[in-house]
Design a protein around this ligand. Structure first.
Ligand SMILES: [Fe+2]
Length: 426
């Protein structure tokens, strides 16, 4: 029988199958969460990491010694979403299971397929939102297959579709933003190991989260200049208006109502419409808040320059009180990206500073290696590109204090300044 055990990092050994880590993603040194532990170096990395616990799968690897497995352990946990596990999923019959068509593909390959899905989405989501504007019920049957297609695309490559929908024209912004949040929620839910039905419900929640914008006058939504207090108040009604538009439609899962109503709440209680805080906000709504803001700040819009994905992740992770910090780390992990300004370890014995995404290829990242981990020496920083299929690769994030970079902010500035002498800042 399959048993998932939580053990201390010090008790891991080769032959165990790692199912996951408990603690911040930044505290463990691996790109992947699930793998067979075969390498002594990896064992050492886990033992030296700051994760709270390691989850091992007895069925897929060796069994921990009883002494280690039976030791009582304090388990921090992610916020729960009580309704997710118990509510029968009204969408289940509408969907198809993932098939062989979900074999992973490259960013460039998937971008071609994703472009067709995006074109289809514009029509279908546009029609659904317009029907809602006219007061008609949402026909789930019309969009359920689309959610399946988005899920399959995300499974084949999780950056292609989300990158394409960053480009939005003014008149299609709300529809495309909804498609983007749908894809981000699915990707996020997969990273949290939620079950298939819940993943679909999360996709539906992403698709419908801004439905209430259909009840806000278009001239307010389209306004480029500063909003008046009245206009701002009108926009802030959209969560409740969206919730009312969904109504008691039995085909729509409760999680979609929840995300629609609460995706503008903030962890510190300064959000709207109810000023909920902390545990009062469900897991799904916290996820929705992150996906919503991430797509908004990375979207290419006529009146503002978008942030790159790496910059957005770096900045959002610094916003105190807005998002659930642990979920934010999972989200960063789910994107397979690294926040700009972060410290990472490469697989060629170097530490590097993350600079930004590559403009022409969002799956590649610009970094500046500046430290040799085998000689424990600073080196002259030279910018290189980390591409998914060639050259050095990023193993994971590192903590500056572990490497005694006591004034990390100053060192980071020096790395970014061309030709600087790093010895003064280290
Ligand atoms: Fe919203």
């Amino acid at each position: 029988m399959r048993v998932l055990r939580h053990i201390k990092p010090a008790d891991v050994a080769t032959g165990m199958f790692i199912h996951g880590f408990v603690g911040s993603w930044f505290d463990h040194p691996f790109w992947r969460k699930k793998f067979l532990l075969e390498d002594d170096d990896d064992v050492l990395k886990i033992r030296q990491s700051r994760v709270d616990a390691v989850i091992v799968d007895d069925e897929r690897g060796s069994v921990p010694a009883p002494r280690a497995a039976e030791r009582p352990f304090a388990m921090p946990s992610l916020p729960s979403a009580p309704r997710l596990a118990t509510q029968p999923n009204p969408l289940a019959k509408r969907y198809t299971a993932p098939t062989a068509a979900t074999k992973s593909t490259s960013f460039r390959q998937e971008s071609k397929r994703a472009a067709k899905i995006v074109e289809k989405s514009k029509k279908q989501v546009g029609a659904m939102f317009e029907a809602a504007r006219m007061g008609q019920a949402i026909k789930v049957a019309d969009v359920a297959p689309l959610i399946d297609e988005i899920r399959d695309s995300v499974e084949r490559n999780n950056k292609a579709l989300t990158n394409l929908v960053r480009l939005k024209s003014k008149d299609e912004y709300t529809y495309m933003h909804s498609v983007a949040v749908c894809a981000l929620m699915i990707n996020f839910a997969r990273k949290l190991d939620l079950d298939e039905n819940t993943i679909r419900s999360m996709g539906m929640a992403g698709l419908l989260h801004d439905l209430g914008k259909m009840a806000v006058p278009q001239m307010i939504l389209d306004k480029n200049g500063r909003l008046t207090d009245e206009e701002f108040s009108a926009i802030r009604t959209h969560p409740e208006r969206g919730h009312a538009l969904i109504g008691d439609n039995p085909e729509i899962p409760d999680v979609a109502r929840d995300v629609c109503l609460h995706h503008h709440e903030k962890m510190d209680g300064t959000g709207y419409p109810f000023g909920l805080q902390g545990n009062e906000i469900s897991l799904a709504a916290r996820m929705g808040a992150i996906c919503d803001v991430y797509d908004a700040v990375t979207s290419n819009r006529p009146y503002k320059d978008p942030w790159t994905p790496c910059t957005a992740l770096g900045r959002m992770a610094q916003w105190e009180g807005h998002f659930d910090e642990r979920l934010m780390q999972v989200f960063i992990n789910s994107m397979g990206l690294y926040p700009a300004g972060g410290l990472v370890r490469l697989n060629d014995h170097r530490l590097a500073l993350v600079v930004d995404n590559c403009e022409d290829d969002p799956s590649a990242i610009r970094v500046r290696p500046f430290y040799c981990t085998s000689r424990l020496q600073l080196t002259k920083p030279v910018e290189i590109i980390i591409a998914p299929d060639r050259g050095p690769q990023i193993l994971g994030t590192e903590r500056p204090e572990f490497w005694h970079f006591d004034d990390w902010a100053a060192l980071r500035q020096s790395i970014l300044a061309k030709g600087a002498d790093l010895s003064a800042a280290a």
